[in-house]
Design a protein around this ligand. Sequence first.
Ligand code: TRP
Ligand code: ZN
Length: 472
Amino acid sequence: MARISFRVPRLIGRSGMAAALAVLVAASPVAAASPGATGAGDPYFPLQGNGGYDVGHYGLNLRWDPATDRLDGVATIQAFATQSLSAFDLDLRRDLVVTSVSVNGERAAFTQPALLQQELVVRPRHSLAKGDTFTAVVTYGGIPPVITDPDGSIEGWVPTADGAFVVGEPQGSPAWYPCNDTPTDKAAFDVTITVPAGYTAVSNGEMRARPATRYGWTTFSWRQRQPMATYLATASVSHFVVTTGRTPGGIPWTTAVEPALTADSAPALAKLPAMVDYFTSVFGPYPFGSAGAIVMDAPAIGYALETQTKPIFPGAPDELTLAHELAHQWFGDSVTLRRWSDIWVNEGFAEWSSWMWSEASGGDSAQAFFDYYNSFDNTNDWLWRPVPADPGDAANIFNSAVYERGAMTLQALRVKVGDETFFRILRGWATQLRYGNASVEDFTSFAARVSHQDLTHFFDVWLRQPDKPTSW
Ligand code: TRP
Ligand code: ZN
């Protein structure tokens, strides 16, 4: 079948492109309809996310062949128009070639402009009215590009010795599925992955159907019912050993570990149920339907990620790293940063929580971690700068100042307001902002409100002043 497509002339801007599209598609029925924005307004990642709609559900139907690294997908995206739309963008890297798009069952025009590296521009046959719900189906395929971040780390659908390590923070998701890749547009997900028999594919949430093998390929179906930010999705593949259970508190868990790493992973993973229950006791109910972990040999990645319900590790996890990623389920996954400059509301909290697990399980106290870092003087840029409240550049979002100075901030707050008030703040934050987004400023005002204290100076010296805090 002929594909309805068009080329956008090089070097015309966004409004020029809209004009070009308007010429190509005559008289829209909704006079006021205009194209949705190419980005969601994040200063660190201007093309990330899009304007004009809000996704409610992603249905991803994927097939991946480890022998060739080719990924083929059909993404069914249910969304709600927040403005009248003559066209809208999805985020998808151009290495994944789109072969068809439909909107509400009708073939839609689309393009993947060379100048906008992750924009798939869709022009439905009929404009969408503000308030309309609509379904877009995107068929695509190719070799997923491995994305290099501003800090030099890699992400996306990353092939490993025996599978694929799939991670999306902060910008890897458009390397494997079309999405509205902004942390502020959370959605439910159904992810179905077909891989050669013998492999296991693991995604977020719970298994929706038994794996089914036909003609040498096995299909795995997963469902994430609670809202999830796009960067937290995974669909990792390997020859996993899968283990399931329930925490004493009743939360189901699933771990998927590469066989060569089961022995080294066992000591930390044995504590996973107790960690989930401990954090539940401190932060309030576990936000999702299940917990777990994915462990792979992926030395080229080198960092863990809090993929929702099943954080992923590039080697056997140590106990503190596992605690960090599990705490992210409350701080990061359920309560998610609003902009990437708000990274402290994810990382400072997860890091402090890992100190707290140490304290609660008979190891060093959170105050001992604080004292250790506080022994470094102000000349140590790696620890004190750039400031946690805004690390200033996408290359700095995973710096130690965000993690360790950021965790010190919470421990200092704990001492300042006392345990009773402090844990009321954290629990209230996790509960009241559940499934939402929050900024650094949202937290500082929340803490001031709950504690009935003026914390302006405290947060100024801890989060915003470049020098090592000396009095607060
Ligand atoms: N969010 C991860 C964690 O701390 C870390 C992370 C994600 C990361 N992407 C990264 C660290 C890229 C360095 C580089 O749990
Ligand atoms: Zn983290």
